[in-house]
Ligand binder design. Structure first.
Ligand code: MEV
Length: 428
């Protein structure tokens, strides 16, 4: 069992500085990490080196989701996201999962797929056979040049050949290099390996290699998480737990059968996953691309999660998706905010990060379905919206909740009304 407890009581009610102090203790953050949280984690000089035509930096809220228990270990989850309610919903969902033991999560070996497109072949079948016969030599050549990743136990593992006999261009051979990228996301390692080995593929096949690039459908590198929520925890003043379980299952089936709903359902999952990707300096576009392609793997775009009711009437859910994430390389170490996020998470491997992230996706999905299948999501959103209006209207920090509550109670959530209340309170 874990020695730390992420079920932090009233965390959301603490002032920001106190919350940050908790993170400092939890992740053993040093002064540099703290300044990264305060100043966005990236100097102008670093930003200028990271991209092109840079004119400044751009900040987003860095928050922590609480209550996560994954494979018996407690985590505080760093999330970078601009959308209100996501972090609160995720923390609440994790609390319910936690009450029945938290999440069980697992992942595949960190195998990336690199693609080479081979064209202008005299004979597709014969070229395929010749490449197949030279597999050991090809993999050895990749590993000879792959450097530190091989020393860390990674490198090329296999070669797969896919024939397309009647593309619009005629015959095409696609060679897949399966590459173990260990704790890196692996994009650079695999792309370099492909560019290095392509001439050999041309020599052996007698064809021409056009594209050499990883596939973001990294389905050899999937992560999964599963959990249970007891029906009794879902009861509200107006509905029994069993009724809420059934309404959530109706929502889940809606996403299974209808791509219009599945897109939104999966977007909610990615709200959580992308927020962790961003916080840890990972490529969230890669996660997005992989997730949506995987959701359409059977030719029908569907839900990334499955939900059902067990014999006890309790709600069970699971998620599976490709997650190519790293804890070394790229922005994970260069960005001081990402470094702080990884310290807070305390993950020891890319696989562990993928597993925790999958649990976040499942939690986020549950939270969205529960809200949608009961109160609707606008109530929570409106509370945050009201607070934002109160701030914009010039309310003092201590006054913001009261101004917001008054607008909610009176069903009048508008900036001019917020200003009126703030003025009234100032006049006493
Ligand atoms: C909003 O960002 C996400 C949701 O639309 C997800 C869903 O509908 O499941 C609430």
């Amino acid at each position: 069992m874990s020695e730390k407890n992420s079920a932090l009581r009233q965390f959301y009610q603490k002032p920001l500085a106190e919350r940050r102090a908790v993170a400092v203790g939890w992740g053993e953050l040093d002064a540099d990490d703290v300044s990264a949280l305060q100043d966005s984690g990236l100097s102008e000089e670093q930003a200028d080196l990271m991209s092109e035509n840079v004119i400044g930096r751009y900040s987003l809220p860095f928050a922590l989701a609480t209550n996560f228990l994954v494979n018996d270990r407690d985590y505080l989850i760093p999330m970078v996201i601009e959308e209100p309610s996501v972090v609160a919903a995720c923390s609440y969902a994790a609390k319910l999962f936690r009450m029945s033991g938290g999440f069980r999560a697992s992942s595949d070996e960190p195998i990336m797929i690199g693609q080479m497109q081979v064209l202008d072949l005299a004979n597709l079948g014969e070229a395929t056979e010749r490449i197949r016969a030279s597999k050991a030599e090809i993999l050895a050549e990749i590993n000879d040049g792959a450097g530190s990743i091989v020393k860390r136990g990674g490198g090329a593992r296999d070669l797969e050949l896919r024939e397309f006999s009647d593309s619009r261009l005629g015959e095409m051979l696609v060679a897949h290099v399966l590459f173990d990228s260990r704790d890196a996301m692996g994009a650079n390692a695999i792309n370099s390996a492909l560019e290095r080995v392509a001439p050999k593929i041309e020599l052996i096949s007698g064809g021409r290699v056009n594209l050499r690039i990883l596939s973001n459908l990294s389905d050899r590198r999937k992560a999964r998480a599963a959990g249970l929520i007891e029906a009794e925890w879902l009861a509200s003043d107006s509905e029994s737990g069993a009724e809420v379980v059934d309404a959530i299952l109706e929502a889940a089936v809606f996403a299974e059968i209808d791509p219009y709903r599945a897109a939104t359902h999966n977007k909610g999952i990615m709200n959580g996953i992308d927020a962790v990707m961003l916080a840890t300096g990972n490529d969230w576009r890669a996660a997005e691309a992989g997730a949506h392609a995987y959701a359409a793997r059977d030719g029908h775009y569907t839900s990334l999660t499955k939900w059902w009711k067990d014999e006890g009437g309790n709600l069970r859910g699971e998620i599976e998706l490709p997650l190519a994430v790293g804890i070394v390389g790229g922005a994970t170490r260069a960005h001081r905010g990402a470094r702080a996020a990884l310290k807070i998470l305390g993950v020891k491997s890319a696989r562990e990060l993928a597993e925790v992230t999958a649990a976040v996706g499942l939690a986020q999905n549950f939270a969205a379905m529960r809200a949608l299948a009961t109160d609707g999501i606008q109530r929570g959103h409106m509370r945050l919206h009201a607070r934002q209006l109160a701030m914009a209207a010039g309310a003092e920090a201590d006054d913001v909740p009261a101004v917001a509550e008054r607008m909610i109670d009176e069903g009048n959530i508008r900036l001019d009304y917020a200003k009126e209340i703030v003025e009234g309170r100032k006049r006493g």
